[in-house]
Design a protein around this ligand. Structure first.
Ligand code: CA
Length: 225
């Protein structure tokens, strides 16, 4: 059974999310402030964190940083919850490396789709496989990525994106195909999500950023070697 931690101070929202997740067969943990939320993510190591940004004690960005900083919780996928008006928060959240976000108010169905898509992404580790391509090395089993032998911290989403492109090196990948295969859905709003993740991925690739090419009018491509 997979465990999901909900960090949300508004108890009726936390209860509603918890109810829906439990009904779908997940084990649910709840924290109602930022400090206990970060501590629970690190010590309980859930499979996924649903993290509200507006929290007492420590806000969602602070909690997120703490989760990513600690090796025990670093690779746990995070879905951020933002209020409708806070577009800046959403962009900031994605740039910080959140795996996905939901804007309040959202339907239980929308939440379940996101949760399932993010967990599926984090969970895809078929067989003990390494993929090597130029300076890239992917260890699929433990979602580790190495650049010229140096470990680079990629989120589960960034790992999946780069691996998807690398396994199709030399063939430009259509934006919608990328969105569908990595996020599980595609629409105009999420087009922005894709570009934000790509930008961040390139930053992490540093001097090798040019290995993720933008193909105008199509999408992205990792060149063949
Ligand atoms: Ca809140």
């Amino acid at each position: 059974m997979q465990t999901i931690l909900i960090v949300e101070d508004e108890r009726d929202i936390a209860d509603l999310i918890g109810f829906n997740l439990e009904r779908a067969g997940y084990k649910v943990l709840k924290a109602h402030d930022g400090i206990s939320g970060a501590a629970m993510a690190i010590h309980e190591r859930p499979d996924l964190v649903v993290l509200d940004l507006m929290l007492p004690e420590k806000d969602g960005f602070g909690v997120f940083k703490e989760i990513r900083r600690d090796p025990r919780s670093r690779s746990i996928p995070v879905i951020m919850l933002t209020a409708r008006a806070q577009t800046e928060d959403r962009i900031q959240g994605l740039e910080a490396g959140a795996d996905d976000y939901l804007t309040k108010p959202f339907s239980p169905k929308e939440l379940m789709l996101r949760v399932q898509a993010v967990l599926k992404r984090a969970d895809q580790a078929p067989g003990a496989v390494s993929v090597v391509h130029g300076p890239f090395r992917f260890e699929k089993n433990d979602l580790k990525f190495y650049l010229e032998g140096e470990p680079i911290d990629l989120t589960a989403t960034e790992f999946k994106l780069l691996l998807y492109l690398t396994e199709r090196a030399g063939r430009p990948q259509d934006r919608n195909d990328l969105l569908r295969s990595v996020w599980g859905y595609s629409d105009d709003v999420h087009s922005r999500t894709l570009d934000t993740h790509m930008k961040r991925l390139r930053q992490k690739l540093g001097g090798h950023a040019s290995l993720v090419e933008t193909v105008r009018g199509v999408g992205y491509c990792v060149p063949a070697i």
